[in-house]
Design a protein around this ligand. Sequence first.
Ligand code: XIL
Length: 662
Amino acid sequence: MLETARKALDKPPRWRPRPRSVALWLAAVAAGAMGAVAISAPAQAALRDGAAIQQGRFIGFAANAQLLCNNQASCTSGSNATYRNIAATEFNQVTPENVMKWETIEQNDDQYNFGPADGIVAFAQANGMKVHGHTLVWHSQTPGYVQGLSAAAMRAEMQEHIQALVGRYANNPTVVSWDVVNEAISDSNGQLRQSFWLNTLGPSYIADAFRFARQADPDADLCINDYGIDGINTKSNAMYNLVQSLINDNVPITCVGFQGHLQLNQIPSTLQQNLQRFADLGLKVRITELDIRIPLPSDQNELQQQAQNYATVVNACLAVAACQGITLWGIDDGNSWLPNSCCGNEGDALLWNANFQQKPAYAAVNTALGGGTGQVPGTPGTPTATNVTASSVTLTWTASSGTVTNYQIERATGATSTNFTQVGTSTTTTFTDTGLAANTTYRYRVRAVNSAGASPYSAIVNVTTTGGTGQVPGTPGTPTATNVTASSVTLSWTASSGTVTNYQIERATGATSTNFTQVGTSTTTTFTDTGLAANTTYRYRVRAVNSAGPSSYSGITNVTTSGGSTGGNCTYRIDAWNDGYVAYVTVFGPRSGWSMPFTIGANNTIINSWNAIISPSSGTNRTATNMSYNGNLSAGQSTQWGFQSTRPAGGPLPTFPDCTPE
Ligand code: XIL
């Protein structure tokens, strides 16, 4: 390898992981010298929190300067706040999608327009990101006045343009790399692309561009970038030969960019091997413009396959030590260059959909990057109880170390009970539990959750609610069940004697279980319990509460729900990886309310669920019931619910006894 190239590679890498400490974070914010505003990170583990990113790889996006910064150099706001917030919190690298191209920077000779590019750089600096400059010498998006020049004038114009643009940011530690030459290889024959650059200047224009860039910035990474070179093929062989000859000629090239504009289920099987052979030349490699397009309209199945495709690409990069990271060519499907600017009626190629909802591909990339820190959070502190009243208590605990999505608060009733059930979640380190009985001892514990799973439980705190002075109510009558359906039952009972604040209704599942948990309260002597599983026996008891405390429990009533329809009217699909999975269940109408039992592995933690309520919050036997908006399905209608879960050590996958696999 040549001296110049080696010098560049021997420099300490300018890439640094994003600052993590508050002090560094504040310093980074304060350093937002160009006026850009930093946006604070969400509690949920972001892509840039992945273990791979913490270890020095980058995850980036192509920035639309209008959406991000209103095209302004100050970049204090953009035209889309959601876009801007995702940009600020999910990524630690950014490539301007268009505004560093020649037609924006120097539309007319010597009239420079750096404002939109400055804005993206300022945003990056304020949010702890690095910038990859794109692009200096390209046959596209370059004004006509350049294309018509004589050879000598064109070469001089190229040098002047590169000096102005690269030189502007050479001393800015946020701007670390450049696509010096873009798309120089022909698609068909392994030759250099026929372009005005080649036709006017001959093949030496490539080496010249790199030398001019090196003169303008002595230590930026200088890349050649192209599409269709992701796998081993004629075009990537041509790139390989070109790069090798550049190195032999002492040209200061330090990296190769693989655009990665890919199609669904056509990820080259030789991607990793291809990256590695370029790395073996002593170069850095990077995926510069990743998107994976789907023929429109896309369906759920394809979105799943796309997620797997994304994981394949990320894993290929991570398997190559010299692969610095991955840039996605946009954030959301609604603002992508697809399908309008490329590739027929194909799109839906990114990690967020047009409503800025995370797609399955988001979770796949997050997981592949080492989801959150890749570690579960530390154990939270033992909760302390304050503001204890006859019916409520406020708990506060010391935060867990590590990335925390939220805390789960669990309660058991009785001074020694270990029958804990989740009573709420909190994104802060405090929680107020209400609706308690007076004069009653409860036990609380908390744990923290992130995308890698749940922390150990905190120690337990016992809390006794204050008592009223009067008498507790008399024992209510044993409930009777009416209106029993496949998913609900109405209970009625004879009122307690004495003063009653309300009744607590408790339920156990199974004909003989005594594992009762409270499912609701009522200020009348009736209660309808919904969201039950079909064909299942439940047991109910009630008690009355007033400020003096609870009454004795009523007698127990057993109720068996009617048979729901089983088999054939719901289907499921599971996408699993080493230690986790996502399950998708499609429920078909006609239904008026539905509930569906399922099992999961003993140590699984459900991290996320959608379109259904899952209860209980722990254990292997769970039930999903409809939300208010998707319970009623007429014939021909369907709804899909699902959840993401861990499965430590590759444990068993969930089962859905009512449903058939897709
Ligand atoms: C695309 C942009 O995404 C579009 O907004 C623009 O209209 C055309 O260029 N290869 C590249 C990128 O190197 O610069 C291209 O970006 C996509 C293909």
